[in-house]
Design a protein around this ligand. Structure first.
Ligand code: MRU
Length: 348
């Protein structure tokens, strides 16, 4: 299985996603600051993978602090949490991962510093394992909805590389293939960072899952011609009303899917769902550097000095979503009610 990250002898390794598909190299991170930089620079990316990275970042931060007392450690961890959460604003999992580690440190605050560090390490390893197990559940929940012989369109990379392993949207595809279905995946290249062409295409090829790479502007034409039977994407944050923030271009696909009478599926673990934001309007959208749009592999694609707009994510209103596949099963509209119920909240 593709290993997006690894943790050995107190060092966290990331498969460098900036260099794929040309090179398969791992970047070592020994401190929380190095983890924060890896997240910011997209060495590691994808909401669940960022959450796992942040959890290990808290472990490395706890060790770097070399605190003498648990009080000193807990106070120092607040700074580590701030460094990690300042990297990327949209994906809920980043904040969720840090919060889970903070809660773990608080639970064992009466113990010796070394014990707390060991507990934190065990917790980060659990976050990672649970993510993979959750992806498999997402896969099982979703695969029933993909028909044998169908063509499925996906955007960005919601595969093993974007998670602890296996993937969310691509996890559903993997589960369908494991169930014996023959699928073909249409992969949007996903401008400007090219997560589709560089990462999803690489993953699917490696696993022998049939695919066709397309540019983002081809999706509508292919849907209209009846080539595509379903759209499936991941998510960076899902609001309480079911609005979905995901890679820029997702909203366009959702509108096209509705117009063409196709199901639009979202696959995500519960760590992506943020019931504290009532709608997608409240989800912060990351603006990334202009150079991602103006340059490709160091080559200028646009005149120097041009003004650029580079929002990394968009919000798809819940009304466009047919179903969500989660680690707690498939969830259908009305999402406000059904997400709250699945989260274990009281529904009026
Ligand atoms: O900017 P990225 O590459 O981190 O964006 C990733 C996405 O938008 C994914 O679709 C999302 O995080 C889900 S990954 C399982």
């Amino acid at each position: 299985m593709i290993k997006p990250l690894d943790y050995r002898d107190g060092v966290l390794y990331f498969l460098d996603q900036r260099r794929l598909p040309q090179e398969e190299t791992y970047v070592p991170c020994r401190t929380d600051q190095e983890v924060a930089e890896a997240i910011r620079s997209m060495i590691v990316r994808g909401a669940p993978a960022i959450g796992i990275a942040a959890a290990f970042g808290m472990v490395l931060g706890a060790r770097r602090l070399a605190a003498r007392t648990s009080g000193e450690l807990l106070a120092g961890l607040e700074g580590v949490a701030a460094t990690l959460t300042a990297t990327r604003p949209t994906a809920r999992n980043l904040f969720w991962g840090v919060e889970r580690m903070r809660a773990c440190a608080l639970r064992c605050r009466d113990r010796a510093v070394e014990d707390i560090c060991r507990e934190l390490e065990a917790e980060a390893l659990r976050v990672w394992e649970e993510d993979i197990a959750g992806n498999r559940k997402i896969g099982q929940a979703g695969q029933k909805f993909l028909g044998d012989g169908s063509a499925v369109l996906t955007h960005c990379n919601a595969g093993a590389l974007a998670t602890g392993g296996y993937g969310t949207a691509i996890g559903v595809v993997r589960a369908a293939v494991e169930a014996g279905k023959k699928l073909v995946v249409y992969v949007d290249e996903t401008r400007p960072f090219l997560q589709g062409s560089r990462l999803t295409a690489w993953e699917l090829l490696k696993d022998g899952i049939p695919l066709r790479l397309i540019t983002d502007s081809m999706a509508g034409h292919l849907m209209k011609r009846g080539v595509i039977q379903a759209v499936i994407v991941g998510a960076d944050r899902i609001a309480a009303n079911g609005d979905v923030a995901n890679k820029i271009g997702t909203y366009m696909l959702a509108v096209l899917a509705k117009e063409n009478g196709l199901p639009f599926y979202v696959a995500a673990p519960f760590s992506t769902i943020d019931l504290s934001v009532s709608s997608g309007e409240e989800i912060p959208i990351e603006e990334r550097p202009a150079r991602e749009v103006t340059h490709l592999a160091g080559e200028a694609l646009a005149p120097e000095g041009v003004e650029v707009c580079n929002p990394a994510f968009d919000v798809t209103p819940a009304a466009y979503v047919t179903a969500m596949f989660t680690d707690r099963g498939a969830i259908f509209p009305p999402f406000a009610e059904n997400l709250a119920r699945a989260a274990g909240e009281k529904v009026d």
